[in-house]
Design a protein around this ligand. Structure first.
Ligand SMILES: N=c1c2ncn([C@@H]3O[C@H](COP(=O)(O)OP(=O)(O)OP(=O)(O)O)[C@@H](O)[C@H]3O)c2ncn1[C@@H]1O[C@H](COP(=O)(O)O)[C@@H](O)[C@H]1O
Length: 93
């Protein structure tokens, strides 16, 4: 359970390398980085809406969508989770 984000990120990166036809990740990436970045913004707005008016279950579901789309964007940027962890650790007081 603890490594779920790492596992999902590995799957996303392997989809982008191997490009299987049925992959949502590949179809998303094919629309271009600006499109993926906008999806991250949309999913963030959906988290806000869920949090202000739709309840905990919807917040969990929309957060999962947000995390997935953010991981796809990071992969397209060539950023690793270690890069993010390093930055978080640098700020840690
Ligand atoms: N975790 C996810 C995940 N979360 C959300 N989504 C997809 O993100 C989309 C979000 O829905 P939206 O309504 O916002 O978007 P949409 O209308 O379907 O699509 P757009 O035309 O707006 O791009 C849905 O189609 C979800 O299926 C995900 N798609 C894939 N994964 C995982 O990513 C990995 C790779 O998946 P594939 O690339 O499909 O093999 C697998 O482990 C999957 O389980």
């Amino acid at each position: 359970m603890n490594n779920t984000i790492e596992d999902l990120f590995d799957i996303i990166r392997s989809r982008l390398r191997e490009r299987p036809k049925e992959s949502y990740t590949v179809s998303l990436a094919d629309k271009g980085k600006p499109y993926v970045a906008r999806k991250v913004g949309e999913e963030a707005i959906e988290v806000i809406i869920a949090s202000t008016s739709e309840g905990k279950e919807r917040v969990i579901s929309e957060t999962a969508d947000l995390v997935y789309h953010l991981l796809v964007l990071l992969a397209l940027e060539g950023i690793t989770l270690d890069d993010i962890y390093q930055e978080l650790r640098r700020r840690m007081k």
